[in-house]
Design a protein. Structure first.
Length: 164
């Protein structure tokens, strides 16, 4: 039944939010997660959004449609609800992977008025611009950084190698 519904209806981000907003347990202790996925379309040759991209679960490049998702959790088991998503299509819209992150984070604050104050994401989204945006909103973030990155833990000490 669910499969039939998903094949019949295309859910836009605002519809996803409308369906889940009453279900989420939002509070300052809740958190958001940002992650990307590649929907396998290796046999598709004529779908405009299909392109070669890295699939982490396969550890290789494959043809597919990239989607960046914003998920909310109140911290309980099985309490993960998608609240926004963006299709990652750089050839069509010229956006980087960080642009959907930025858009969804700002939208969660301004339009959805999310009360959570922590966000988790992988190193793909750890751009200086995104980290500063999160910091300016007084949120806490957890991410990974490449080993060659420099970080500033305080203005007095300046930039130091990650992990020192």
């Amino acid at each position: 039944m669910v499969n039939d519904l998903l094949h019949q209806k295309r859910f836009m981000p605002r519809e996803v939010w409308r369906l889940v907003k009453a279900r989420i347990e939002d509070s300052p202790r809740a958190f958001l997660l940002v992650d990307d996925s590649v929907h396998d379309k290796r046999s598709s040759r004529f779908i405009a959004l299909v392109r070669a991209q890295y699939r982490g679960n396969e550890h290789r490049v494959a043809r597919g449609i990239g989607v960046v998702s914003l998920v909310h959790s109140g911290g309980k088991d099985a309490d993960f609800y998608p609240i926004d998503y963006r299709v990652y299509a750089p050839a069509g819209d010229g956006k980087t992977k960080n642009d959907p992150f930025h858009e969804m984070f700002v939208n969660a604050l301004t339009h959805k008025q999310i009360k959570a104050r922590t966000i988790l994401f992988d190193g793909w989204y750890a751009s200086a611009e995104n980290l500063k945006l999160i910091h300016r909103q007084k949120w806490t973030f957890f991410t990974t950084l490449k080993s060659n990155r420099l970080v500033s833990l305080s203005k007095e000490h300046g930039y130091i190698p990650r992990g020192d």
